[in-house]
Design a protein around this ligand. Sequence first.
Ligand code: GLU
Length: 467
Amino acid sequence: MIVTRFAPSPTGYLHIGGLRTALYSYLWAKKNEGKFLLRIEDTDLKRNSLEAAKAIEEAFKWVGLKQDGEIFYQSKRMDIYKEHIQKLLDEGKAYYCYMSKDELDALREEQMKAKQRPRYDGRYRDFTGTPPSDIEPVVRIKTPINETITFSDGIKGEISVKTDEVMDDFIIARSDGTPTYNFVVTIDDHYMGITDIIRGDDHLSNTPKQIIVYKAFGWDLPKFYHVPMILNPQGKKLSKRDGAMDVMEYKKEGYLPEVLLNFLVRLGWSHGDQEIFTMEEMLEFFDPKDINKSASAYNAQKLLWLNAEFIKNMSYERFEKELIYFDLDLKSIEKKEILIDALRQRVKTLKEFSQKAKTILERPTSYETKAVKKFLKADAKKIAKEFLNYLINYDSNLNTPSDYDKLIVSFLEQYQLKLKDIAQIIRIAIVGSAVSPSIYDIMSIVGKDELEIRIKNLIQFMEEKNE
Ligand code: GLU
């Protein structure tokens, strides 16, 4: 069985890059009917861990991922780590190192002078003397001397490192007894039964150290997949300036969760030219061995484009459901389908949809100065009054956009006017500016009574303006 995990450090939110790794891990486990586990790496930041777990679960819930079983917290597993440190000490695979800070500094200085890489020289590796009484020792693992650590990375291919070149006897427990990062990750991955580790390639240099820990215990290695980073369009590390970091920010900005997943799955992985995937398709096609070897660039325009594509094809029910988050309750709106169809081609996010919809549904409280200057010419008041009068006395049915089309045609005929003489007046009356979907749609959406009120309000505004 394939068991994967997502192992974030608790920052209090789910990072966009983290979500991609989580998604890859999730897909790989689920397509193989395996398990996807969640572990909070909170050995340093215990206070934040519950909040962090909540934030991750909230973001997972939004995008539709879910871990299997309970969440693992490293802070609750200290006894296991300590026990394993002791085991290695007992077996002579790790040892206490009593080097003082001054000694370490002196060694560093010497190595720098000799243009050598700073590394611990193993001076306590075989120490049998009497330990100095004033030093709280650290515990170091015995890294095999002159060995080559080789592993086959599912993305990067075969990786070999010489222990003497890249590693020394690294610390597995600090002088206060707390275990170090690479040690606890290995213990956890082993006992959680992780078979496949999919993580960012910023962890690539940790892997040989973790392999040394696996070997010290005689455990089988999992399969490793190191995923290249997401970079910004300039090829630098992704930062807040390039896009939101917190996954929930994307919700606030009006992106759909499946859009974010589509965007992320394609950042670094592809299946032919396909851009849009359902969850079923992702599960069917995803394979970590097809993840790109090189870094991918975050492309905000593409994310917007994808979102707009999804919005164009979204069901009315889904609009109604999603827009509640943006303070827009479509339930009681009679012409919601006309409203949705009038706007869905014109917006890229749900937030934008909500803003635009509100300009139609809510009476304007002011009129845009530029539009007023440009379109409310000297005869605008007269035309608006004639239109209002015509509307009040109009006795055919007014319901659909085409009913309003007929109204306008007959009005223009009667007063010998052109469409451009009235269109912007109606627009400004309804939405307060000269930009809106078709006037027939927006008249139908607000309905006859409300249209009368909005035309009256505009007339009043023009009268006050002229006084
Ligand atoms: N906690 C690490 C991080 O947030 C991930 C460790 C791992 O995946 O092995 O970057």
